[in-house]
Ligand binder design. Structure first.
Ligand SMILES: [Zn+2]
Length: 236
């Protein structure tokens, strides 16, 4: 995928998922002039194996880390839905929140987790975020009679998104060259100190570079580093 979308919406279940899976794409597109917006679905308050830390303390730390990382990548803003970590549901409340964000941002491309992995385990919040985002984009954000009150009361007009890029897909078909922004991605990842404490930074860097190299090999277009996605398109 070569063209840079004008507006991008990234729907991330937890703080750090976006940086891990699409931080390079975000940095690249922001640098090329795209307006990139994040929606952070949960508060991230349960992502630790450290005893003694409360969920509230962890959530506050992780939300700060997310803001720092997003700033570093050139993201315009981060909307926080603050659902409890691990408790996302495929229901009308969550779907409406995402429809609201789609209609506010009016993206050309939405980035979110792959909901339908077959053989690789995946966090429940990731599956649900992917599935509800897909539904929110099409048809709920597109058709004015879904959540009609969003148009009537909040003046949020229906919006047609051109494509979703699912990260974490088992069979990716779309690759973004992140060779020029790898350092920026690594820096953004290091903002998530609460998640990286047990791992030396050099080890983390090597892991990220290895994964991006693998994606570049699969892409087969000669780039050094890439991020990989499964693309779903909608007629606009
Ligand atoms: Zn996650």
């Amino acid at each position: 995928m070569d063209e840079t979308p004008q507006r991008v919406l990234v729907v991330t279940p937890h703080p750090d998922d976006a940086e891990v899976w699409c931080g390079g794409t975000v940095a690249r597109w922001a640098r090329l002039g795209a307006a990139v917006h994040y929606v952070l679905c949960t508060d991230g308050g349960r992502g630790t194996d450290r005893p003694g830390v409360t969920s509230q303390e962890l959530a506050a730390t992780r939300q700060q880390e997310q803001l720092e990382a997003a700033r570093l990548l050139g993201v315009k803003d981060v909307a926080m839905l603050r659902h409890p970590d691990g408790e996302l549901e495929d229901n009308a409340v969550f779907r409406k929140e995402l429809v609201r964000q789609v209609r506010l941002v009016r993206p050309g491309v939405v980035l979110c987790p792959e909901p339908y992995r077959r053989n690789l385990a995946w966090h429940r919040d990731h599956r649900i975020t992917g599935q509800v985002t897909l539904d929110a984009v099409f048809p709920y954000a597109r058709d004015h009679l879904h959540f009609a009150e969003l148009w009537r009361d909040e003046k949020l007009e229906p919006h047609k998104t051109a494509a979703i890029l699912f990260w974490g897909a088992e069979l990716p078909d779309t690759f973004i060259d992140i060779g020029g922004v790898m350092d920026q991605k690594l820096k953004a990842l290091r903002c998530h100190r609460s998640q990286m404490a047990h791992r030396p930074p050099t080890e983390l860097d090597a892991l990220v570079r290895d994964r991006a190299k693998e994606a570049a090999v699969t892409a087969g277009n000669g780039c050094q580093y890439a991020e990989a996605f499964r693309k779903v398109t909608f007629r606009t």
